[in-house]
Ligand binder design. Structure first.
Ligand SMILES: [Cu+2]
Length: 495
């Protein structure tokens, strides 16, 4: 980071206010602030840490999605890729190689790691060229359900995604089994490619929307008609849970009475899901890795990039665990089997999906996860807007190439006032940090990705404890490509 290119000296309030950084998170937050004088100072190799080493390869792959075989790009031979797993505080080394025909990158979504390992070409980490390799080396500070994907155009709308689970050594783990459920919307090798879809959205937008979009939207009510709900911009032919279609789903076995921890990841590019397990309630325990006050619900709404963990006590039989795409035709599911019983019909829709799903607005921060309750040192607005015609999505009125980055001074508590001035939801993701939502009377959960409903808004407080330039963007891959990205750039604090 180079101070001389800082165009935006903080005109923000405060400056140098002392901050109880140690209270903001477990792990290495205090180390990051005290560990040195360079802005990318989150440590990679403290001498006492356990090292977890992994090999990761991105490559073309032929994958069976459950009766539908596709040629796509994947991390290895499966979709999702093999989960990586470490313990909070571990030093993680990933030997990454790129066997794709194009450059790629790996972003570790939800891991608040050192800036130069964040995997955003042109901002934090060099891209990995075709045939090239990159040695990732970072400390994972925070436990939780996280994941990784390229930060490279629309590549994440292929099969390039996988879970990254970070265990909390202090958590009792009061459950008999743990299942990761990764949700996706799928077109590659079945419908148009992601790049064709974006080109179609752009040409339809340039043409004025309605005629072109009518085709795009699969006979819907015309281009603009899709806005106003959460149906996204793309109608996908398939939806997946753990890489399987509804016709041949992943089957998860346990015993009646077992308590199971679900780790649900929405890896889709353009689809919000409501998730329910037939004939069961879910108790939500975490979102984006952070504990929340346990909340019982019959279904939960999950935006792109978000994660929710839940505990469920299983009944006896065979049950559909359904992910229903909002505003789109089709569904995805896994099967939960604890005993005898017929497989539920493919189109079985759990009764739990009939009501309103739990959202982030219903949740409170769990014990020990709240940021200090005080006035922020700085206040900035984040306005989400855009249009289908032309197909352009913006933050604070600008596409990424024109963006004036947000800024913050190291050590301060910053507040973002996020407003959605459009008629569709946007999952806003901030790299390198978690923020605390001002919902629930200022006691909202800690998150790194938050779904902002149409014409809605939230405030999000974050501690500037991880210097660098960080992406702030919509996790709808098509919106991000159409401009809905900016950055949070650090000013150095007093040293
Ligand atoms: Cu968006």
């Amino acid at each position: 980071m180079n101070l001389t290119r800082r165009r935006f000296v903080a005109s923000l309030a405060g400056g140098g206010a002392a901050l109880a950084v140690g209270g903001c998170s477990r792990g290495t937050a205090s180390e990051a602030v005290t560990s040195g004088s360079t802005p990318s100072a989150r440590p990679s190799n403290p001498p006492t840490r356990q090292v977890s080493s992994f090999v990761l390869n991105a490559r073309p792959a032929t994958v069976d999605l459950g009766g539908t075989v596709v040629d796509t790009w994947a991390f290895g031979d499966t979709i999702p890729g093999t989960p990586l797993r470490a313990t909070a505080g571990d030093r993680v080394q990933v030997a990454f190689s790129n066997a794709l025909p194009l450059p790629t990158s790996v972003h570790w979504h939800g891991l608040a790691i050192r800036n130069d390992m964040d995997g955003v070409p042109g901002v934090t980490t060099p891209e990995t060229p075709a045939g090239g390799s990159f040695a990732f080396d970072f400390v994972v500070p925070d436990a939780g359900t996280h994941w990784f994907h390229p930060h490279h155009g629309l590549q994440m709308d292929r099969g390039l995604y996988a879970p990254f689970i970070v265990d909390d050594p202090d958590e009792p783990g009061d459950y008999e089994a743990e299942w990761i459920l990764t949700l996706d919307d799928w077109t590659d090798g079945v419908g148009p490619s992601p790049d064709e879809l974006l080109a179609n959205l752009r040409s339809a937008g340039d043409a004025g929307g309605a005629s072109g979009m009518g085709g795009m939207m699969g006979g819907g009510s015309g281009g603009m008609g899709m806005m106003g709900g959460d149906g996204g911009d793309v109608p996908y032919p398939l939806f997946l849970v753990n890489g399987r279609t509804v016709t041949d789903p992943d089957t998860l076995a346990a015993r009646p009475g077992d308590r199971v921890r679900l780790r649900i990841i929405n890896a889709a590019a353009d689809t919000i899901f409501a998730v329910a397990l037939d004939d069961h309630d879910l108790t939500i325990t975490h979102t984006d890795g952070y504990p929340v006050e346990p909340a019982r619900t019959s279904s939960v709404l999950i935006g792109m990039g978000e994660r929710y963990d839940a505990i469920v006590t299983l009944k006896d039989g065979a049950f559909a665990l359904v992910a229903e795409p909002l505003g789109k035709e089709g569904l995805a599911r896994a099967l939960v089997r604890t005993g005898a019983g017929a497989v539920p019909p493919e189109n079985r829709r759990p009764d739990g999906l009939a009501g309103s799903p739990l959202t982030v607005a219903d949740l409170f921060a769990g014990p020990g996860t709240a940021l200090p309750a005080r006035e922020p040192d700085s206040l900035q607005d984040v306005l989400l807007s855009g249009s289908m015609s032309p197909y352009v999505w913006t933050i604070n009125g600008a596409t990424y190439d024109q963006a004036v980055p947000l800024t913050i001074t190291e050590g301060q508590l910053g507040r973002l006032r996020i407003f959605n001035h459009s008629m569709m939801s946007h999952p806003l993701h901030i790299h390198g940090h978690t923020f605390q939502l001002g919902s629930a009377g200022g006691k909202g959960p800690r998150k790194d990705t938050v779904l902002i409903p149409p014409m809605g808004g939230v405030s999000a407080d974050l501690v500037a404890d991880n210097p660098g330039d960080w992406m702030v963007h919509c996790h709808n891959a098509y919106h991000a490509e159409a401009g809905m990205m900016t950055r949070l750039d650090y000013e150095l604090g007093a040293r």
